[in-house]
Design a protein around this ligand. Structure first.
Ligand SMILES: [Zn+2]
Length: 254
């Protein structure tokens, strides 16, 4: 029987027939994989104790006809601080749900795996305040959409193509682009005024890793503006049925 080894992050799990269980995992080398775990439902299963949420695991997987099967697993890293914090659990589930709902099995993309690892790592930091947590969640969405090919256009005006100057600019959520005040069209397309600081932060979100991003000083007013811009942009590109987003809204109220 042929086998393969890979690092992975558990996205979700559900019951299968008999005592078996299915685990949806995002692997470093093979993209999303559905794994069948024999007897995974049983409390005394030898295989499932290492398949914990919010951890990075090393897996040995055996190729199967319908589903691949888990042969062995080992925890490489466990994010304890996420597990201990209700707000962080909500955000981590949102990361996992976004990836699960927007990817297909066996389409490897190491950037997505690395994005999950970096963000779980950043989220595990025990010094984060509630604004930083919200920002981390919103920045993840922008970075993830960027990997999927939905990138923000933040440097030139959508219409006249001139470099964006500070002062009065507008964000077009449907296009993820900015227009200068001179080009503000009369069309009924939804636009939102965007501050210079919000433009600066969004530019950094694309370039920097989450550990650096959470160190940027962002007050609650700017954080609320960013959340609004990102939520409006996201509506056009992601499944509206992202349940964990509502869960975050109910859990975190800065
Ligand atoms: Zn313009």
């Amino acid at each position: 029987m042929s086998t393969y080894k890979t690092q992975a992050i558990i996205l979700r799990e559900n019951d299968y027939i008999n005592a078996d269980r299915l685990f949806y995992v995002y692997t470093q080398n093979y993209g999303k994989v559905i794994l069948m775990v024999k007897g995974g439902k049983k409390i005394q299963s030898k295989l499932t104790p290492h398949l914990q949420n919010f951890s990075i695991v090393n897996l040995l997987i055996a190729k199967g006809k319908t589903f691949d099967r888990l042969a062995s697993s080992q925890i490489l890293h466990y994010y304890q601080d996420i597990k201990n914090n209700f707000e962080k659990i909500a955000i981590a589930y949102n990361f996992l749900e976004l990836v699960d709902k927007s990817t297909h099995v066996y389409h490897p993309d190491e950037k997505i795996f690395n994005l999950l690892v970096e963000n779980l790592e950043a989220l595990n930091d025990n010094r984060l305040d509630i604004i930083q947590l919200k920002n981390l969640s919103n920045f993840f969405t922008i970075r993830f959409l960027n990997i999927l090919g939905y990138s923000l256009q933040l440097y030139n005006c959508l219409y006249c193509k001139k470099k964006i100057e500070s002062n009065e600019n507008y964000f077009y959520p449907r296009k993820g682009s900015i227009a200068c005040s001179k080009c503000l069209p009369t069309k009924s397309d939804r636009i939102i005024k965007i501050s210079d600081d919000a433009i600066k932060v969004l530019r950094m979100v694309i370039l920097e890793n989450p550990q650096k991003l959470i160190k940027i000083k962002i007050d609650s007013k700017l954080s609320i503006e960013l959340e609004k811009l990102i939520t409006e942009f996201t509506k056009f590109h992601l499944d509206s049925q992202i349940k964990s987003k509502e869960f975050i809204a109910q859990t975190i109220n800065p």
